[in-house]
Design a protein around this ligand. Structure first.
Ligand SMILES: *Cc1c(COP(=O)(O)O)cnc(C)c1O
Length: 583
């Protein structure tokens, strides 16, 4: 209880309960901004005179802005009330006040974090905020690198970009050895050699950077290079593959497209009966790629799936890859897409709310080469705020062959050279920084907020399951997202899908509550769907499962009175919709 009370000041509240305090803080930020302008260059003349302000044109202009602003503000009231605990539809909810205030303060100064020249403070805040996130996921903050992005999609692209440079470097090295020294080229082995092995070979053969650069597919013509790789290795080179679990986020398909790989390069890894990436399935797919001479650009595991908030066994994936590295010298890039679930690391290793296997998965984020995490989801920061974290500086590199004409200092001063985006705001960094400095990314701060959301989700699952015998919870409910379908015992899946969709449609027009809908495909997770349908002795007569989805991010569900009231109302509303379905 005291824990709940402890984090209430970090949110405005559905009734603007903390209005007075927030207004004063916003005023304080504005006061400082105004005073800053007045005090700097104090002797410079005013640029807008009192006469200008009195002139009718100016007054009209101002009143037009005033009118249109009022119109905009009033139009915005049509937005979904995502701050309310009644809103459990998508991965959005009440904003955290430190995030909002940090964002607002940085917005007024509007630094551009693409360069330390324009952003003297914003870039420093960004480095500190990245170190906070890195420490939370278990990276050594002294070595970890990364930056803020517009979101998880961009962060996933950033990881792919880095992995591709690593691959390009190693393949160019292998091709140089083949073409200049007559060494046999095994594409898979060459791409997956360790950084240390690459360094040894470069030293042993005295390879010049120019010789390798002329074999880079990134710097040269990738089609011509593929032909040369084919000749040197004795079979056509078909390019790399990306291995990600079947329920992957759509951003991975985009990544394959953007990097010109074609969707053929996107290989899905089977998921088990609980919908988690199957490590055996992963091992088989790696072997398959190896047999075809296609390197693995990266292995992706997901911490917090978009559909179910579920965690892949990141620890067992890491263990498998480490074993392969030790036994065979095969190093494969491991990326964890923790856009949603990364912040559960804030619960800490001692937390007993999550099962030991889930805790092990979270603790293994530190073993990944790169991690995507979205402060604009469970970090309660305003959009657009995602982040890519890299375990160290080597993994952050986006140049396979250091260009000798760029000075190191110059690189350090220009973050844009290592980001896909050019101009970038400092708002996300400031939001994350202020949240870290106040609420904090540990068990008594954000961890406590997120524990409460997991508890609320469990309570919701119990209450909705009791609302009607036709509510069929989807297992597992790992974190704070609850999915279920509506089905009668023995019913065909296609019939149940239609009923689930009809009930969800009622929620999209409900004035009181919202739930979202998600669809799982039989192709992506056959065992999960079969087990779910089996739980009500149904018949799987179609290739997809329609689910209602509740995302319990809102912190106010943790309040016992709020929770009891909402659960009763929501269960009644759900039962009403189910009972009201036409036969
Ligand atoms: C939300 C999400 C993304 C995409 O993040 P955006 O911020 O929407 O670009 C990627 N992966 C997972 C697992 C997500 O939940």
């Amino acid at each position: 209880m005291s824990q709940v009370a402890a984090f209430k000041p970090y949110f405005l509240g559905p009734k603007s309960e903390n209005e007075t305090w927030v207004r004063a803080r916003l005023d304080g930020v504005l006061d400082d901004w105004f005073a800053w302008r007045k005090s700097l260059f104090a002797d410079d003349p005013r640029s807008i005179s009192a006469a200008d302000q009195a002139a009718s044109g100016f007054a009209l202009e101002q009143s037009l802005i005033g009118q249109r602003l009022a119109q905009l503000v009033s139009q915005l009231r049509g937005e979904a009330p995502i701050y309310s605990p009644r809103y459990i539809g998508h991965m959005v909810s009440e904003l955290g006040l430190p995030g909002l205030l940090g964002h607002f303060a940085a917005l007024l100064h509007n630094p551009n974090n693409s360069s330390k020249e324009f952003s003297k403070v914003g870039t420093v805040i960004e480095t500190e905020a990245i170190a906070m996130l890195a420490a939370m996921v278990g990276y050594d903050p002294a070595h970890a690198r990364g930056h803020f992005t517009s979101g998880g999609t961009l962060a996933n692209l950033e990881a792919t970009w880095r992995a591709r440079y690593r691959m390009d470097h190693n393949l160019a090295l292998g091709l140089t050895l083949a073409e200049d020294f007559g060494r046999p080229l095994d594409v898979f082995a060459a791409v997956h050699m360790s950084a240390r092995r690459a360094g040894e070979l470069i030293a042993e053969f005295g390879l010049s950077p120019d010789a390798m650069r002329s074999r880079s597919a990134v710097l040269g013509n990738p089609f011509e290079l593929a032909e040369r790789v084919g000749r040197a290795s004795g079979r056509p080179y078909r390019g790399p593959v990306i291995l990600a679990p079947g329920h992957k986020h759509y951003s991975w398909v985009k990544a394959a497209n953007v990097f010109g790989l074609g969707q053929d390069a996107f290989w899905s890894v089977p998921v088990d009966v609980e919908g988690r990436l199957s490590v055996e399935g992963l091992a088989a797919r790696i072997d398959e790629a190896r047999a075809l001479g296609r390197p693995v650009l990266m292995v992706v595991s997901v911490a917090g799936t978009t559909e179910m908030g579920e965690l892949d066994p990141v620890d067992r994936v890491a263990e498998h890859l480490a074993g392969q590295s030790e036994r065979e010298g095969i190093d494969i890039w491991h990326h964890v897409d923790a856009a949603y679930g990364g912040f559960f690391c804030a619960l800490g290793a001692d937390d007993s709310l999550l099962s030991p296997s889930l805790r092990r998965a979270l603790q293994a984020l530190r073993l990944a080469d790169t991690v995507t995490i979205d402060p604009h989801k469970l970090g309660y920061a305003p959009y657009a705020c995602g982040a890519i974290l890299t375990r160290d500086e080597t993994r952050n590199a986006v140049s396979s062959f250091a260009a000798p004409y760029i000075e190191r200092d110059e690189l350090d001063a220009a973050p844009w050279t290592t980001t896909l985006e050019g101009s970038r705001p400092a708002t996300g960094a400031a939001a994350t920084w202020l949240t870290g400095k106040t609420l904090g990314y540990g068990p008594t701060g954000l961890g406590a907020v997120l524990s409460s959301t997991i508890e609320s989700c469990r309570a919701l699952r119990v209450a909705l399951s009791a609302a009607s015998g036709q509510v069929r919870p989807l297992d597992p409910t790992d974190t704070n997202i609850f999915c279920f379908s509506i089905a009668r015992s023995g019913e065909a899946l296609s019939t149940a899908n239609a009923r689930s969709a009809a009930v969800q449609a009622r929620f999209t027009t409900s004035p009181t509550f919202s739930m979202s809908r998600t669809v799982l495909s039989m192709q992506a997770c056959p065992d999960l769907i079969t087990a779910h349908v089996g739980s009500y002795r149904g018949r799987a007569d179609c290739d997809r499962l329609v689910l209602l989805r509740c995302v319990l991010m809102n912190p106010f569900w943790s309040d016992p009175a709020v929770r009891a009231g909402l659960l009763g109302d929501l269960a009644r509303e759900l039962r009403g919709y189910i009972d009201g379905l036409a036969e």
